[in-house]
Design a protein around this ligand. Structure first.
Ligand code: MG
Length: 368
């Protein structure tokens, strides 16, 4: 049977790769809805290529429009590849309507953790991560039962600034921060990788996806980005997933799970020499990781505040307005202002808006 797919954020890095996977497997998947922000020309090309009806192809999509597409009765799988917090409405609609959600928009799950969990339990939706680390964990978890899991071990490439000191990083440029050593991704996530805040967000994402507490989620730096993450079981066995970096592997799994696609992306060839290194993260230089663990443990709106403040600070850095080291300092300053319980979507929206306002204020203050 053909699975019908809505691709939200279709013109971005994950969106275009999702369409590439679908185009290679027309016998398995059919695109029925598309949404994108600014790149209207590409969106129209995509609609034509995949034969998507005009009504289900939305330019400059608003939150209610994203939710409407994600909840369409004709959609089996929603791929949420919207950038940032704007993806929350689509995530909520997909899980509350009992859809399969291929989740590339980690911010919605991180900010909306408690409310997404409630909607997922009530609506019966299923989340399959489109994030290489979480896809790896999703695969490794097939090796044993949940009660046999000891810990999740997320790998991090370390980004372009691995091995540098905080003092050296005060003057790095936007171009240097965008030069990721192993993955080619959109600008927001690439900056998040350079600060390790991305890995911190992924720790919270792992907690929300797999229900493992923060004391049993570890981060290890693995510069080659071959081992995408690991699960340690109670008998000491560590199961890992290996492949060359290619997001089409997790995308294909999110579309086809529980079945794997019969096409290898990022296949390994062990006739080539291969060295795999692992080292602990440098927490004194990359403070975002520690901030994320404390926000995750605090719960409530703290992850929403962390993610929102980070979005504002990253945008300011990309615009040339602040130093790279000011990103996690801004997030820290906004988190200090305290957080509240997150019982409803409105709580999350309010926390998000307030954190953005306070982060903006903080950034204006430091740039004076
Ligand atoms: Mg990732």
């Amino acid at each position: 049977m053909v699975r019908t797919v809505a691709v939200l954020g279709s013109t971005g890095s994950i969106g275009t790769q999702t369409l590439d996977v679908i185009a290679r497997h027309p016998e398995q998947f059919q695109v029925v809805a598309l949404a994108a922000g600014r790149n209207v020309e590409l969106l129209r090309e995509q609609a034509q290529q995949f034969g998507v009806q005009r009504d289900y192809c939305i330019e400059n999509a608003t939150s209610p429009q994203l939710a409407a597409l994600a909840g369409l009765g004709t959609v089996d799988v929603v791929v949420n590849a919207v950038v940032g917090f704007a993806g929350l409405s689509a995530t909520m609609a997909a899980v509350s309507q009992g859809k399969r959600l291929g989740l590339a928009n980690k911010e919605s799950l991180i900010a909306g953790g408690p409310v997404v969990a409630k909607a997922r339990a009530e609506g019966g939706g299923e989340i399959v991560p489109i994030d290489s680390e979480h896809s790896a964990i999703y695969q490794c978890l097939r090796s044993g039962s949940r009660s046999e899991v000891k810990s999740l071990i997320l790998t991090a490439s370390g980004g372009p600034f691995r091995g540098r000191t905080r003092r050296e990083l005060g003057s790095v440029t936007v171009a240097q921060a965008l030069a990721h050593p192993t993955w080619s991704m959109g600008p927001k996530i690439t900056i998040d990788s350079s600060t390790l805040i991305n890995k911190g967000l992924e720790v919270i994402e792992a907690h929300e996806l797999f229900g493992v507490d923060f004391d049993h989620i570890q981060v290890v730096v693995h510069p080659q980005s071959i081992v995408h993450s690991m699960v340690e079981f109670i008998d000491g066995a560590v199961i890992a997933q290996l492949s060359h970096p290619d997001m089409r592997l997790p995308i294909g799994l999110a579309l086809g799970a529980p079945r794997r696609l019969d096409e290898a992306f990022g296949a390994m060839d062990f006739r080539d020499a291969l060295t795999l290194d692992f080292e602990p993260p440098d927490l004194s230089t990359f403070r975002g990781l520690t901030l994320a663990y404390s926000a995750g443990r605090a719960g409530g709106t703290a992850p929403a505040v962390l993610s929102a403040a980070n979005e504002v600070a990253v945008a300011a850095f990309l615009g040339g307005g602040i130093a790279w080291t000011a990103i996690d300092e801004a997030v820290d300053a906004v988190l200090q202002l305290g957080t509240v319980p997150a019982d409803t979507v409105e709580d999350v929206l309010a926390a998000d808006a307030e954190a953005r306002r306070r982060c903006q204020e903080h950034l204006e203050r430091i740039s004076r």
